[in-house]
Design a protein around this ligand. Structure first.
Ligand SMILES: [Mn+2]
Length: 248
């Protein structure tokens, strides 16, 4: 699918939290899709692309606009890959197809210009957030998802809104370090996958961390959220850069 007109550039984004109630973030994303993303041969979306997701049967015009923008990008020759976040883990094959995205497993490894890289949303690294990890386990189970999907769309929307309220209140009182990754999980993960580079989002703490894993230099790159600016990681065969653009 890769076109000859695309250069050796790969972009990574996460935590846009797209929602109709944030037209500024949506406009920033549309600008990114129109001006920036077409330069890349591949775009990886590492979760929490949407603020919430209640099911692929939500046929709102807003979600269609986003899908159409991604499809236009894909038609220009940019491959689009998606890993679920903790907000949009219910995105399924139907919407992925509409948006021309390829769904990847929750932890995946890719060849990034010769480097073996682990990519993920990042919520699984926050093992000290016990309440969340318990919810995560439940909400990824077959029985929970079957039960949720059997409810009418309007009920699911209400449940999601309630959950977000409760989660925001809980997050506000959780200690900062609980909300960040557990360093030993990062090292274990890089060792398990025999990799020296991990790219993830979720914590909203954009940075390139130099660490040690597999007894050698390694890096953990954290993508930025889009609450106050557009943010992406640009990777070429010889550079890695976290970039921004203003909202709106
Ligand atoms: Mn997240």
């Amino acid at each position: 699918m890769t076109d000859n007109n695309k250069s050796a550039v790969t972009y990574f984004i996460a935590d846009l939290h797209l929602t109709e109630s944030r037209p500024d973030i949506t406009a920033c994303f549309m600008k990114f899709i129109a001006n920036e993303a077409p330069k890349a041969e591949k775009l990886y979306i590492l979760g929490d692309f949407f603020e919430t997701w209640v099911g692929d049967d939500d046929d709102s015009p807003y979600l269609k606009t986003i899908a159409d923008a991604l499809t236009g990008l894909n038609k220009s020759g940019t491959e689009i890959y998606f890993i679920h976040g903790n907000r949009d883990f219910l995105i399924g094959k139907r919407y992925a197809k509409k948006a021309s995205m390829i769904l990847l497993p929750e932890i995946d490894t890719i060849d990034l210009y010769g480097q073996h890289v682990v990519i993920m949303h990042g919520d699984t690294l926050c093992t000290r957030d016990l309440d969340y990890q318990e919810f995560r386990k439940k909400s990824r189970s077959w029985w929970w998802q079957t039960m949720i999907k059997s409810l009418p769309l309007c009920v699911r929307k209400k449940i999601a809104a309630n959950y977000r309220k409760k989660s925001a209140a809980a997050t506000a009182i959780k200690k900062q370090e609980i909300m960040d990754v557990t360093e030993s999980e990062v090292i274990d993960c890089l060792e398990q996958y025999h990799s020296q580079l991990l790219i993830h989002g979720h914590t909203h703490r954009p940075a390139i961390h130099n660490i040690v894993a597999n007894n050698a230099k390694a890096q953990r790159i954290v993508l930025g959220d889009w609450y106050e600016q557009g943010a992406w990681l640009k990777v070429t065969p010889d550079s890695m850069e976290l970039l921004n653009q203003p909202l709106g």
